[in-house]
Design a protein around this ligand. Structure first.
Ligand code: PGA
Length: 251
């Protein structure tokens, strides 16, 4: 079902102690402020998942930032979907550009990870987006369509309906440069049109498409006001409880 979602991505930040403090602060703010039908998610490093799940109330979901592409066994250093599930987490962020770029996260691996996540009952937040050169050479629509098709279009309409999409132009991630509200809406409308062609109007209308890339309290309102922008995936600004809350209340 299409929802308003604000998801934080802590990336590789915070010790356990720091994470407990931050999660507690976010939880307090959310409890106090009320959140107007927005689903709030916190994406933490694996080692924080159990503790953060204990702290947050039922208004906040917790996400892992990756999962293994196998179920169990001799895969040293990997973390499986069932392990993530057993921490109480409900989401997993997949295909983030940092993983695609630094950890050789291919579409083939993502297909396996999405499938395992869905089988285990985790909601994938599937990320994609073009790099600057691709936008400058006007390939951004093709690139985005390709990433979505390669990672997700093997899914049935029913399974696709369980995935949350996150458009994150790589040139906007961590750079302070945000896509303009028009650029975001243009791409999100294109994504929805792509989904209509593949899965039909109803599935497309029910898909949540988040924007990510230097989203902050000062620009969230304008971004979220767009018809096809259903929320945000927030990196830097999710590391400060007040800033994150400022984005949540931008709806
Ligand atoms: P940013 O990161 O908000 O720091 O740009 C977004 C993301 O990588 O999800």
């Amino acid at each position: 079902m299409r929802k308003k979602i604000v998801a934080g991505n802590w990336k590789m930040n915070n010790t356990i102690e720091e994470g407990i403090v931050l999660a507690g602060q976010i939880n307090d703010l959310v409890e106090k402020a009320g959140i107007n039908g927005v689903d709030v998610v916190i994406g933490t490093p694996f080692v924080h998942l159990t503790e953060v799940n204990k702290i947050v109330g039922d208004k906040i979901g917790v996400a892992a930032q990756n999962c293994a592409d196998e179920t169990s066994g001799a895969y040293t250093g990997e973390v499986s979907v069932s392990m993530i599930k057993s921490t109480g987490s409900k989401y997993v962020i997949l295909g983030h550009s940092e993983r695609r770029e630094y950890y050789n996260e291919t579409s083939e691996k993502l297909v396996k990870k999405v499938k395992l996540s869905l089988e285990s009952g985790l909601t994938p937040i599937f990320c994609f987006g073009e790099v600057l050169e691709e936008r400058q050479s006007e390939k951004h629509f093709d690139v985005v369509k390709g990433q979505i098709a390669d990672g997700l279009f093997n899914l049935s309409a029913e399974d696709f309906g369980k995935v949350v999409l996150a458009y994150e132009p790589v040139w906007a991630i961590g750079t302070g440069v945000t896509a303009s509200s028009d650029q975001a809406q243009e791409m999100h409308a294109f994504i929805r049109k792509t989904l209509i062609e593949k899965y039909g109007q109803e599935v497309a209308d029910n898909t949540s498409i988040l924007y990510g890339g230097s989203c902050k309290p000062s620009n969230a309102k304008e971004l979220f006001a767009n018809a096809d922008v259903d929320g945000g995936l927030i990196g830097g600004a999710s590391l400060q409880a007040e800033d994150f809350m400022g984005i949540i209340s931008a709806f």
